[in-house]
Every structure is written in C-alpha cells, then in structure tokens.
Design a protein around this ligand. Structure first.
Ligand code: PH4
Ligand code: ZN
Length: 309
C-alpha cells in the first residue's frame, strides 16, 4: 500500500483500452466515498487536488487524508496536483510527496508553455514524479462554431507531437470539446473525435487526458433543483462518448462536478426533508454514500476500469 505514479497505471490503461478515473478531492467524505467505490470495484485510482482545494484545506490536510485513505484500505493510488499554474506550486507538491503533478501552461503561447512544462518535467522526473501538461483551450463545441475557431481553440495534432517530444511530458490534456463545470453544451453534446483520433494516431502509446469530463447525471441535477437549487439546463458529456474516447488513447478522465452535484443534492434533501437535523454526520453520511455509488457506476460502466487495480 503506497502512493504510486501514474506511469504504470497509464501503460496498462492504454493497452487495455480503459481509463483511470481522476477524482477531485476537497474533504474527508469525498475521499471516503471514492475509496469505498475503488475498493469495491478493485479499480486503479487517481485522487487529485487542485490549487483551489489546496488553498481551501491548507496543503497538509488533504495530503494527510489521502495517506489515511491508503492506510485504511491498503490500496495503492496516485496523488496528483490538478492545474498547477506555475513551477513553484508543482515544485511544492513534488517536495510534499505527490506522485504526479499537472503543469497547466495552456494559457501561455506555445513556446512558453513548452519552456514551463520542460522545467517542471526536469524537476519532477529527477525525483521520480510523473507530469501532465495541457495544450489547447477547454471549450464546448457551439452549434455555430466554424473550422477556424475550432482550430484556434482545440489542440492541434501536429503541435501535440512537437510538444510531447520537446518537453518529455508523461501525459497530455487535450481540448476536443469538453469543458469544466455543469454547463458543457448549449445544444447537442459533441466532441471532436476526428481530432482525437488524429492525435492518438500521431502519438502511439502515449496517454491522453480528458478534463471537464463529468457526465452531469440528470438524477442529481433534478434532485438538486427539486430541493431548492437553481441549476436548470445543466448538461455533461454522455457516458458513451467517454467510453469511446478510451479507444483513442484517453487513459485519464477527470471528474469533479459530478461529485459536487451528488454531494450537494443529498445534503439539500436532508435539510428540506429533515429540518430538525443539524448533526453534520446526518447529512454528510448520505452524501458520502451517494458519491460511493456514483463513482462505482462510473468505474464499471464508463471508465471500464473495474478489476484492473
Ligand atoms: N478539473 C477540476 C478542476 C477543479 O479550482 P477548482 O478546485 O474548482 O478546480 O480539472 C476537471 O477537469 C473537472 O471537470 P468537470 O468539471 O467536468 O468535473
Ligand atoms: Zn481540469
């Protein structure tokens, strides 16, 4: 039982044509819910901490909770920094014992993104830590988007090859139409599979990453709205599209919004149906159970990674 890098996980996922779920964690109940599912499904697992989560909880708490999860379950897992925006935060996480970091230089011009990513790769690899980078800008495919707009936003396949070669990065987050949050598509959900297919063909054996990959389960959107939330029209990536992406080198699928939706829906339900309850365990407990059930469903039916740990 230990913290492990993503290296071997991704090799196996690539060959087996499945994806490892990378779940964002912000507190104990979220971690526990995910661990229940991963244990039950015997699934490989990445727990990821964003810069915002790290700031909210203070760097030490989430790391210690993840250590507790490993000790409690005896499972191996990868602890990953999500969207590190500069060298400093990546360095801190490497020094703190994270086994994987993301340097997100996607907002910088190509050459600057390469230089920043390479600096992080050099530091992390010397210390046995794997690195994810990002190329392209996450955005949904609007109905009226034209080819030029798509080319300026989404990941360019030839640039992806050059980027990987020049940085030595271990995995690459690509933009093909997914986006963060609960409102991913105005019209019908669409991903640029042609682009994905080309990137994966040009980078054989190389693991790709999908950010913004929550499915936004309608049962939780409805439950939230039924109990007072105002999130009409929330829409995510259809499960079958995520499953299809695993056929084209996508080895890591990021999920955060779905955890938030499930947790909040359950808490809202308890607050409305049991107004006398004010013991946090009485509303965080059901939220943790809902997360466990939802994550197990994803591992089995969407990521196709049950039994692969
Ligand atoms: N992420 C999650 C980013 C969370 O600052 P923050 O803690 O809000 O950052 O990287 C994803 O790709 C999640 O995608 P999703 O929104 O579709 O779940
Ligand atoms: Zn992301």
């Amino acid at each position: 039982m230990a913290l492990i890098t993503s290296k071997e996980m991704f090799q196996k996922a690539y060959e087996g044509k499945y994806a490892v779920g990378a779940f964002n964690v912000n507190n104990m109940e979220i971690i526990q819910g995910i661990m229940i599912a991963a244990q039950q499904e015997k699934a490989p697992l990445i727990l990821q901490v964003s810069a915002g989560a790290r700031k909210y909880a203070s760097p030490v708490y989430l790391r210690k909770l993840v250590e507790a999860a490993i000790e409690d379950t005896g499972m191996d897992l990868c602890l990953h920094l999500d969207h590190g925006e500069d060298f400093e935060i990546c360095k801190q996480c490497v020094d703190d014992g994270f086994t994987s970091v993301m340097i997100d230089g996607s907002k910088h011009p190509f050459e600057e993104n390469i230089a920043l990513t390479k600096k992080v790769v050099d530091y992390a690899h010397e210390r046995g830590v794997t690195v994810e980078a990002e190329l392209g800008k996450l955005a949904g495919i609007e109905d009226n988007i034209n080819v030029d707009e798509k080319d300026s936003t989404f990941t360019d396949p030839d640039e992806a090859v050059e980027f990987v070669e020049r940085t030595g990065v271990d995995s690459l987050a690509i933009a093909i139409g997914t986006s963060h949050g609960a409102f991913k598509f105005k019209g019908e959900p669409r991903l640029d599979f042609e682009r994905l297919e080309k990137i994966s063909r040009l980078l054989p054996g190389f693991p790709l990453v999908l950010h913004g990959a929550s499915t936004v389960p309608q049962e939780f959107v409805e439950l939230n709205n039924q109990y007072g939330a105002q999130i009409p029209g929330a829409k995510g990536v259809p499960e079958e599209m995520l499953l299809e992406s695993t056929q084209y080198g996508v080895c890591k699928i990021n999920i955060d919004t779905d955890l938030r939706l499930a947790m909040t829906a359950c808490i809202r339900q308890v607050f409305v149906e049991q107004p006398a309850v004010f013991d946090p365990r009485k509303y965080l407990g059901p939220a943790r159970e809902a997360i466990a059930k939802m994550v197990a469903h994803k591992m089995k039916n969407v990521l196709n990674c049950s039994g692969k740990a």
